[in-house]
Design a protein around this ligand. Structure first.
Ligand code: MN
Length: 342
């Protein structure tokens, strides 16, 4: 009967390191987020999917200039102009509501501004997308009530999807793989109603697919996290980044099933952390230590310089933000963190 393709991206954090009136001249990471955003939407612009879901955190924070919101909606409107509907879940960084909402006004852009279900009707299939804006407190307690409020059970469709911006138990983050478990802000995965074919979730920045609960028992519904489109912190420094395309197959009698899915990688810049024990070094030694370490890194690296020990005022001639920028190639980003500063 046919295939339905859904492009799913999330956590674009547009506005991250983007200065409209920069006071200092340095490489900004902001344009890289926009570039990956555009790349992720390309399959939709090429007409290779039936709809796009954005899992939330479109923007990097809630108080933003209207200009940024306009820039963020621009590529989404290009997609919508092709007749491909777009569904957006407001995330926690949007404080669960999209700022300057009117800038995203478009007949094919649909925002889960409250628990609701959107219906996508095509010649040979009906897709129902249920969702609710990020619940910032007590989602474990309220999950089933929020899902019921979407009214999904009253919508007849071949495929039902649940779109959220939350942590689901079993999801992992960080360099040592911290696992979300039983906290009040974590969804109990066994509560997901089996009528859904998949959960499309934003919020967790590491790409992952949850298919079992914490006791390795199969989940009623798989939970898909595409992850963020760029690395937003050093906790993500080893993570690949990208977006998902999910394919659902329509069967004549049984409705739809998830047929396959694919993670599509996006380019990211290398991230490196350097640990500097600075207290016994004079300025010449500090400078030479940093120059030597930077010289072996890829030129477009994002570098965190972690500095241990107490730092003399004099050493700041080498370790100030401006001095470090002068030591690094202009293609790098370098930031110092003073571990023992008081
Ligand atoms: Mn996020």
């Amino acid at each position: 009967m046919g295939i339905i393709r859904v492009l799913f991206l999330a956590d674009t954090h547009l506005g991250f390191d983007l200065a409209f009136r920069p006071r200092i001249d340095r490489r900004r990471r902001g344009p890289e987020f926009f570039a990956n955003f555009q790349r992720a939407l390309q399959p939709a612009l090429d007409g290779r999917v039936d709809c796009v879901v954005h899992g939330g955190d479109l923007l990097f924070r809630s108080r933003v200039p209207a200009r940024l919101v306009g820039m963020a909606f621009e590529p989404l409107k290009q997609v919508a102009d092709c007749g491909i509907p777009l569904y957006l879940v407001p995330g926690n960084h949007e404080r669960s509501a999209i700022p300057h909402r009117h800038l995203g006004q478009h007949p094919h852009i649909h925002i889960f501004d409250s628990p609701r279900t959107f219906r996508l009707q095509r010649d040979n299939f009906t897709l129902a997308l249920a969702g609710f804006p990020c619940a910032r407190q007590g989602v474990r307690r309220d999950f089933l009530s929020l899902v019921t409020q979407t009214g999904y059970h009253r919508v007849k469709a071949d495929i039902h999807l649940l779109c959220i911006h939350q942590a689901v138990e079993g999801a992992t983050v960080g360099p040592v793989g911290y696992t979300f478990r039983h906290a009040s802000d974590v969804i109990d995965a066994s509560e997901i109603p089996p009528e859904f074919s998949a959960v499309l979730a934003g919020h967790i920045h590491r790409h992952q697919v949850l298919t079992t609960n914490l006791h390795t028992k199969a989940l009623p519904v798989p939970v898909f996290y595409p992850g963020s489109i760029e690395r937003t912190s050093f906790a993500e420094k080893n993570e690949k980044k990208g977006y998902l395309i999910l394919e659902f197959e329509l069967k004549a009698l049984k409705g739809g099933i998830l047929r396959q899915w694919q993670f599509h990688k996006l380019p990211v810049r290398p991230m490196t952390q350097l640990n500097l024990h600075a207290c016994k070094m004079n300025n010449a030694e500090l400078r030479s230590w940093i120059e030597t370490r930077l010289s072996v890194l890829p030129e477009d690296s994002i570098v965190k310089l972690k500095i241990y020990g107490s730092i003399s005022l004099q050493a700041m001639e080498v370790l100030s933000a401006a001095a470090l920028r002068a030591l690094a190639p202009t293609t790098m980003n370098i930031n110092a963190v003073f571990v023992d500063a008081n």
